[in-house]
Design a protein around this ligand. Structure first.
Ligand code: ADP
Ligand code: MG
Length: 390
């Protein structure tokens, strides 16, 4: 689960990470008062107005605007609030901006990249830092891999002093800067572990002209499996920022991820869902989604699954591939028939049911009178659905 920059900064501040704070507004009418409160607190007229969306690269897309005067800031708030911001991370459809954050404009001496994230290959957290901050870190990793510093942390002993010293040395920091940075990195690591984050990213971390080390931007991602014990963080969820179909699917305990193809997939079990997507590609089409209806699929889940898949206008055919282990195929077949009748389907549906009561399922589908293309093997099903989608 992702959160907004202003929320991430609140959390960082609680862990003693110096952040550049600001004021969030959702209503253009509050602009002048909000700008003034930032100016009064900092004693600086110049501000920066920042779109709050769950995607990075806002600066490049015109969602971060330096505003030398109050009038400029008001104008920038008016332009950014309600805009559809397109950044390298939003995709071409962009993201509607509902909130802006107003902060003091800082005089930046240098920008760094700093993040703690989970390294799945090494099964431990890793701290990634670079003196090439501000821009896209992927680009730096590609063009100048030596500029990326990594420090792996043994989770049983935690981040060690020598690792902090090594990090700041490799970043080229010394004296007071190094001291502040070591404390900041240590606090960031504590924040990462205590909040069950999978990513805490500060880009840029800056050193100001007055020698302060501060987080200017912040991006978090949390492990959703841990949200049950992170109640305060779970409340920060902003469903407006998430794909509507995924929010809808989560209500029914369906694991849905939207993709770009035209073959809708309804499958039970994540492994089988992956296999189904692979074979659709192999047969020459692209899956429109990943959908795992779970081990306890029933007529209701099938119906909800259909609704979510069909909300995607790209879907030209649907493949239902269910293996009846615990769930019986005849129940699924009844669910499919019921859903097809109730939902008034206008795309071809290919069904492959195997496992417990597969024979009964076949009979139910054959006798139902609904327009369903039956398939025996997965190979057969994939060929039929790819043909149907064309
Ligand atoms: P994003 O990563 O989404 O583009 P950032 O918050 O990192 O958004 O802002 C982009 C760039 O804008 C930063 O790298 C920094 O150079 C500049 N910037 C952001 N906030 C300020 C600020 N308060 N003062 C001065 N420059 C800023
Ligand atoms: Mg940034």
């Amino acid at each position: 689960m992702k959160i907004h920059e202003y929320q991430a900064k609140d959390i960082l501040a609680k862990y003693g990470v110096p952040v550049q704070s600001g004021v969030v507004i959702e209503d253009k009418a509050e602009a002048t008062a909000a700008i003034k409160s930032v100016q009064d607190r900092t004693g600086v007229e110049a501000t920066v107005v920042k779109a709050q969306i769950h995607a990075g690269g806002r600066g490049k897309g015109g969602g971060v605007k330096y505003s030398p005067t109050t009038a400029d800031a008001v104008e920038n708030v008016n332009n950014i609030l309600g805009m559809t911001l397109i950044t390298p991370q939003t995709g071409p459809e962009g993201q509607f901006v509902r909130k802006v954050y107003i902060t003091e404009a800082l005089d930046i001496a240098s920008e760094y990249y700093l993040a703690v994230l989970l390294d799945r290959a090494n099964e431990c957290p890793v701290i990634i830092a670079s003196s090439e901050g501000g821009m896209e870190i992927e680009e730096v990793a590609h063009s100048n891999p030596d500029a990326i510093i990594k420090e792996y942390v043994d989770p049983t002993v935690g981040l060690q002093g020598f690792q902090l010293r090594r990090l700041v040395k490799r970043l080229g920091l010394s004296g007071a800067h190094a001291k502040q940075a070591m404390k900041l990195i240590y606090n960031l690591y504590t924040c990462y572990s205590e909040t069950d984050a999978s990513l805490c990213e500060i880009n840029p971390l800056v050193i100001t002209d007055s020698d302060e080390v501060i987080a200017l931007d912040a991006k978090f991602d949390f492990d959703e499996s841990a949200l049950y014990r992170q109640k305060a963080i779970a409340e920060l969820r902003d469903e407006y920022e998430e794909p509507p179909a995924e929010v809808e699917a989560a209500k029914y305990n369906l694991n849905y991820v939207k993709l770009d193809g035209n073959v809708g997939c309804m499958v039970n079990g994540a492994g089988l869902a992956m296999g189904t997507m692979d074979i659709i590609k192999l047969k020459g089409s692209e899956p429109a989604n990943f959908l795992d209806v779970g081990g306890t699929a029933n007529p209701e889940t099938v119906k909800n699954g259909f609704r979510i898949i069909l909300a995607d206008p790209n879907v030209k055919a649907v493949l239902i591939n269910i293996f009846g282990g615990i769930v019986r195929c005849d129940r699924i077949a009844n669910g499919v028939v019921q859903a097809v009748k109730e939902l008034d389907l206008n795309v071809p549906v290919v069904v492959r049911l195997q496992g417990t009561n597969a024979q009964e399922a076949k009979e139910i589908l054959a006798e139902s009178g609904v327009d369903i293309i039956a398939a025996d093997s997965l190979d057969d099903a994939a060929e039929k659905v790819v043909a149907a989608a064309q």
